[in-house]
Design a protein around this ligand. Structure first.
Ligand code: HEM
Length: 209
């Protein structure tokens, strides 16, 4: 592929990580956090989202296709990347590796999550609701996979926002990049806490403030 085309696809990959995929991830974590308010509130939230107009095209064109595009190109870029963490032990080099490792992990997790919340209920003719999630999360394996999934998603999005700002020339000076790293760290902690709290919400142990 010529370098102009490569540039175009890499920029589209970068943009898709923030809009729409990153934006969706934030909204998705917010929806999941209704679990801390109990079964009724969570199920009501699900019904409200499902009843919104244009849901099918929104799901296909703003959620599934962009995640597939970002994920498949991401796996290709992760495989092709040159790794030298063992010889160059810098913090930013570790972030480079973790961005790709978390991406590949997320690819597998998103597949498992879609299976658990969409395909499995559909195959067994049962509705997806609070109780289905709670039952799954009581299994130690599912609980552990979700914990790692949340950590990976939080790191990938927070660190990705910092690298996005470099990619698009929004943070040019070392000082601006250092400040963005601090913002990313806070974001990582907030997304992780909100996500883990939602999982505990399904187990009746979430903090509801
Ligand atoms: C929850 C879904 C995801 C979100 C919110 C997300 C978000 C992001 C963001 C914001 C960036 C930064 C773009 C930049 O540096 O300009 C990024 C980069 C990246 N993502 Fe994702 N991503 C997701 C899923 C995935 C998956 C499933 C993979 C599969 C491996 C992946 C692989 C990558 C790679 C390799 C990069 C670095 C691209 C580069 O710098 O060349 N991402 N992602």
């Amino acid at each position: 592929m010529d370098s102009h085309r490569q540039f175009f696809w890499k920029r589209l990959h970068s943009l898709s990580g923030v809009v729409p995929v990153g934006l969706f991830l934030i909204l998705h974590f917010y929806s999941a956090s209704f679990s801390v308010k109990g079964p009724e509130a969570f199920n009501h939230r699900l019904e409200t989202v499902k009843a919104m107009p244009w849901m099918l095209p929104i799901e296909i064109f703003l959620i599934y296709l962009p995640i597939l595009f970002h994920g498949i190109l991401g796996v290709i870029l992760s495989i092709k990347a040159k790794y030298n963490l063992l010889t160059c032990r810098y913090f930013n080099n570790l972030r480079f590796v973790l961005q790709r490792v978390s991406g590949v992990g997320l690819f597998l997790f998103v597949g498992a999550h879609v299976y658990k919340t969409r395909i499995d209920p559909w195959m067994h003719g049962i509705p997806l609701n609070f109780y289905h999630m709670a039952e799954g999360l009581r299994e130690p394996l599912t609980f552990t996979v979700y914990m790692f999934g949340i950590l990976g998603a939080a790191f990938h999005l927070a660190n990705g926002l910092a690298t996005f700002c470099i990619t698009w020339g929004l943070t040019i000076s070392p000082r601006a990049q250092a400040r963005m790293t601090s913002v990313a760290l806070v974001l990582f902690l907030v997304i992780t806490l909100v996500g883990i709290n939602s999982v505990f919400g399904f187990l009746g142990m979430g903090v509801n403030i």
